[in-house]
Write a protein that binds this ligand. Structure first.
Ligand code: SF4
Length: 445
């Protein structure tokens, strides 16, 4: 695999040939937002005759419009001014700080073991623990919209990574309520089979028999499908996954997919089939993104292709309030109409996709529809996951808005000062209560 960073733009022949005029702005924006692309994405996924409009190009190459025009100008000035390294770094930091690097109170979810805060573990919902293995905190290529971007810019305080699988396993052994573990990153599939074995093999032990589902979040299917086909340690990786499946674990690959074009190569189809032959279920998820996939026809084609390949359409997410959100954001009303129009036009097997969902601080909130009541229009919302399980199963209303893009931009109905969960959520934030200790916070345990 050949990987290109912003210092190596000149080594991408297609970019030099098709879009030399974009190289300066790509290089500037890439000083703020992480940039990395591999030769598979460059050679097989991007349609260079359609650059700069090509969705995979926009998905991987930073665009000038992702930064404020004034910031971009200042960056260009600082880069030209050779003596200004300190000034340049301060500017980069300021722009990054303005991009909400920690959305949705992610630190809230950090659990502890024997009085020590666990690095790289989030106990987000009662049944589900997320693990960020330190060797998996990078990706085969980076997505320009990624909400994990702080992990890739070298700021240690923004990372959640851990290389301590042993602590994870001990924590889980003490939490029999946990049935699902999600390995996430970055992309855990950048790890060698040897590293993955260290993290995953202990799940075969009786002490972790209550963990019945192992989810692996990855974009390798589209950014580096060779991982499941022909890398040097692919046989060991596939043998490890087979052992887990044969032991009775449900191994679910959560594929990050943004556009149907990502799975159109023969090697991607081969990778899908190789995983399915092991008994692994692949579920597809991704956000709705302006400039990339903000049309019903794209989502219809996404879901139809996924069903054809035996992949389960799972989530349409709303882009998070971080990074270059202004460039990508799609208002909730528009996301809902894209979802409705696409879902109406696909067969029942593709209707497994959940509607526009926000992974917000209080939980995962789905925009289920709209409702007209006494001359007012509302969004109908519901928690799919919640920091307090009592919030589940309680649909709630928010005043309809054509422009709101996130939960905190929504207003409760007239006569309500706030949504029903807000006071308690504030207490969680104030007390820093991770999921596993919420009963204590409520005085119920
Ligand atoms: S593959 Fe996933 S984690 Fe990696 S950059 Fe893309 S969205 Fe972010």
């Amino acid at each position: 695999m050949r990987v290109f960073s912003h210092q190596r733009l000149g080594q991408i022949p297609q970019l030099v040939r098709h879009a030399p005029h974009l190289m300066e702005s790509i290089s500037l924006v890439a000083r703020v937002l992480p940039f990395k692309v591999n030769d598979y994405v460059v050679n097989k996924l991007i349609d260079w005759t359609d650059v700069p409009n090509d969705p995979i190009f926009r998905l991987t190459f930073p665009q000038a419009q992702m930064l404020d025009a004034e910031d971009l100008e200042q960056l260009a000035y600082c880069v030209r001014n050779e003596g200004g390294e300190q000034q340049l770094n301060a500017l980069i930091q300021r722009v990054r700080d303005g991009m909400n690097p920690h959305p949705a109170h992610q630190q809230l979810n950090a659990p502890s073991l024997d009085g020590q805060l666990l690095q790289g573990v989030q106990h987000k919902y009662a049944q589900t623990v997320l693990f960020f293995p330190s060797h998996g905190q990078t990706c085969h290529s980076y997505c320009t919209f990624c909400f994990r971007w702080p992990q890739f810019i070298g700021d240690k305080s923004l990372k959640f990574a851990s290389n301590d699988g042993e602590q994870l396993h001990r924590y889980l052994a003490r939490h029999p309520e946990v049935t699902d573990v999600l390995f996430t990153g970055g992309d855990p599939m950048v790890m060698t089979a040897a590293h993955l074995t260290r993290y995953l093999e202990p799940f075969l032990q009786p002490a972790l028999s209550h963990v019945t589902t192992i989810r692996i979040g990855t974009k390798a299917l589209s950014y580096w499908p060779y991982r499941f086909v022909s890398d040097t340690d692919t046989p060991q990786l596939m043998a490890l996954l087979r052992r887990l499946v044969d032991s009775g674990k449900n191994v679910a690959l959560m594929a990050h997919l943004n556009h149907w074009r990502e799975l159109t190569t023969p090697v991607a189809e081969e990778a899908v089939s190789a995983l399915q032959q092991l008994g692994i279920v692949i579920r597809a998820q991704g956000p709705v993104l302006r400039h990339i996939n903000d049309s019903a026809s794209t989502w219809k084609r996404n879901w139809e292709q996924q069903v054809r390949l035996g992949i389960v359409p799972y989530y349409m997410f709303v882009e998070r309030d971080t990074g270059p959100q202004d460039y990508f954001q799609v208002p909730l009303a528009r996301a809902l109409s894209i979802y409705n129009e696409a879902i109406e036009s696909v067969s029942g097997l593709a209707k497994t996709a959940r509607g526009p969902s926000m992974s917000a601080g209080p939980g995962k909130v789905e925009v289920s529809g709209t409702l007209d009541l006494q001359g007012q229009r509302y969004f109908l919302l519901k928690f799919i996951q919640a920091r307090d399980t009592r919030w589940l199963g309680k649909p709630f209303l928010a005043r309809y808005s054509e422009t709101a893009c996130w939960l905190d931009q929504l207003q409760p109905p007239q006569g309500q000062s706030e949504f029903f969960f807000e006071a308690q959520y504030r207490r969680f934030v104030e007390q820093g209560a991770p999921q596993g200790t919420q009963a204590l916070v409520r005085g119920e345990a």
